[in-house]
Structure formats: C-alpha cells, structure tokens
Design a binder for this molecule. Sequence first.
Ligand code: PXG
Length: 442
Amino acid sequence: MSATGAAPVANNLEAFFMPFTANRQFKKNPRLLSRAKGVHYWTPEGRRVIDGTSGLWCVNAGHGREEIKAAITAQLDEMDYAPSFQMGHPRAFELAARHAAMLPGDLDHAFYCNSGSEAVDTALKIALAYHRARGEGHRTRLIGRERGYHGVGFGGISVGGMVNNRKHFGAMLPGVDHLPHTHLPGKNAFARGLPEHGAELADELERIVALHDASTIAAVIVEPVAGSTGFLPPPKGYLERLRAICTKHGILLIFDEVITGFGRLGTAFAADYFGVIPDLMTVAKGISNATVPMGGVFLRKTIYEGLMTGPENAVDLFHGYTYSAHPLACAAASAVLDIYKDEGLFQRCADLSKYWEDGIHSLRDLPGVLDIRNLGLAGGIDLEARGGVGTRGYATFVKAFELGLLVRQGGDTLAMSPPLIVGRSDIDEIIGIVGDAIKQAA
Ligand code: PXG
C-alpha cells in the first residue's frame, strides 16, 4: 500500500472495523451489497435481494431516487458547504419552514444534526437548557425506558435500556431512571396493532416522580413504538397516560421518532398516529431517505421561545455541529418531502398496513414462533431461542439473505420495515421468504 493508503488491496475486508457486527465471523463469510434500486439490493455477484428493512429503517421512499440525486447534485454545483453558526444558507430555513408546516400541534421549530444519536443528545440538552433558562435548573433528571434505543451517544445509552449497549461503557450519565418496558407476551401475544394490556405501565412514572420529586425531573424520552428492541407498539392508552402525567408535573415529553417519523406508521409522525403531541421530537433516517446523513429535533414554540430569553446578542443554545443543516442534507430532505407528498407515500403505507398485518400474522404457526407484532409497515417476530440466545435468530437472518431477503435480527427477534413504495406482490415475496427462512433454519 502507498503511504497515502491510495492503493488498497482488492477484497481485503480487514481494515474496516464494522459497527454492531461480529467482525471475525462476518469477514469469514461476508454478506455484501453493492447496488440498489427501488425495493431491491444486489450483491456484487448480481444476486437480487429484496429490502425488507428499508436499509436500517431509513430508505422509506425506496432506493436510487432520481429526484433526490438531482437535488443533491444541483446543490453541490451551487454550493458545497456553508456554516450554520452565526451564518445561514437559504435551504436550511426553507427546510425548517417545510418541516414546521407538517408538524402536529405547536411543534414548529427545527434544530438539525447528522444522526439519530446526535438528535437524542441534542433533545436531552435542549430539555435541560430550557428548564435552566426558566429558572428551574434543578430539573436535571432524565427518564428513559427499559429496552429503549436512543442511539449510541452517552446521553442516548444512558436513557436507553438495552443492556449490551450500556454495560461496556462505564457509569454513563448520572441522575437517570427508567420506566418499565411494555413487552407483555404473556398477555398480548400475537396482538394485531396496538396491544390491549399494559397502559397502566405508564403510571410507573408517578412512582418515579414520587421517589425523586417532579422538581428534579427534566424530561421523559420514549420511542412511541420501540423499534430496535424488536418492534413493540405501545399498549392502547399508554402514550396518552404518559403525556398526561408529564403535563401534570411539568416534565417535558420527548418522542424519539427516528424510526416512526416520516411515514412508517402511515402518518407523517407517530404523534399524528396516536394523537399525542410531545414537547420535543427526534428524527433522522427517513428525513433524508438516508442519502445524506441527517437528524433533527423538532420543538414546541414554547420551548424555542423559552430559550430566547437572554440578551439578543447572546448565543441562545451553546450546542451545534459543523454539519448542522448541511446544504446537501437539506437539499436531499427537501426533495424527499416532495416525493412523500407527490406519491402519497404515508397514505400508501396506511392503505397497505392491513395487508401487511395479515401477511405477517400468517406466520404464527411456523416452528418456534412465539409472538408477532405489527403496526404501519413494520413488524417483529420473536422466535424461541435454541442453542443459546441469538443463534436461531442469526441463522434465520442468514437463511433469509441466502433466499433473497434482507431482514433485521436482534437476539432471536426478527424485525421488518420495507420501503413505503412496496406493492402487495413485494409484501407476498417478503412474507414468503421470511416464512421459508424460519422453516429452513428451524
Ligand atoms: N433513536 C432511535 C429510536 C433509533 O431507532 C437512533 C435513535 C440512533 O440513530 P443513528 O442515526 O445515530 O443510528 C435510532 C437508530 C435496528 C437499527 O436494526 C436501528 C437503528 C440503527 C441501526 C439499526 O433496529 N436505530
């Protein structure tokens, strides 16, 4: 290799330290994707693989969208980069106005960053800074939930509830507590859509408030539908109760909509689907259809205004990223909003969700299937562990890939979230392959 690293050895998989991956296992038996269009990937050998997961829950409008490519290219021709600290560029303001116009309730301001993890850390910091600005700097505690996934920043893993994402990384943020998770397979197994039982789990917040006192609690952060942990729609009435308790105690409610935002449930946001409006909302993934990394925090007018109380010449929030509102990300995000609107993709998702529900629940009698959950165009399947936790799940994921389908696997749970442009025949194909994979890997 040259001193500049300019001549890599062909097919050498060693140097890339892969994220969230069993590196040695992967490098012995790699699974590569080298081309994508519509709802499909292709491997370097030219084998077609249907995308059952929208990449990583992010390519909501499907792959290779020419409109987004054109917008990014045009922006690159016009201006590659401009700072957003004490400077601005038109596309950032235009995008924020478009997002504000589509947000529910009085959520009407946008702060941009580059990923879901950054969005979560940003939202937690805004919550703390907001309370401090209004003279309630004693509100410092952050409440998350067991099994929650809020990315991999120190803030996100602290409020998150996935033990493997936490246990390696020390003490994390102090002053964090957790609500119980809502997975009750004993009561809710094979629920279609929202499970019946478990709304009372939101009342655990009252117990946490009683323990710490509301005056010490800044915010509660939850995924309206827990994604990474295996897709857990909330019990009926749960989010409404959480909202009511937060309001009663002056605690900010943050919805982490990194997965549910931009159409996954058949509405723009889960907040619309449930009719429950948070104080802050984190987004990423579908915001730019994953073409250029982007994340964001949407906030209520009152929170934005609450941070505008210092002298006019003082910085309002000592927070931001070099690439906040990157022009290419803004161009991509604006183009994908056009696609969502012109093609009615959120409504399309809503229209297909019953077909998807029937499809995924048709797998319930296959060997080892313990539970199936669904909402919008997404779902999770729990398999009975066999040969150690995760062995069966991994074998099923590999088998599905061999059969031509990309699914997500965590432990012995499979998750699926196809692009919102899928048709019924694509759904049939996805369900058919996942069923075959479950049978063949049994
Ligand atoms: N919040 C939520 C709710 C997420 O799902 C993040 C924050 C972090 O986003 P970034 O962009 O920093 O990765 C996520 C990410 C999976 C899977 O298969 C899910 C995510 C990422 C990778 C895989 O479930 N979600």
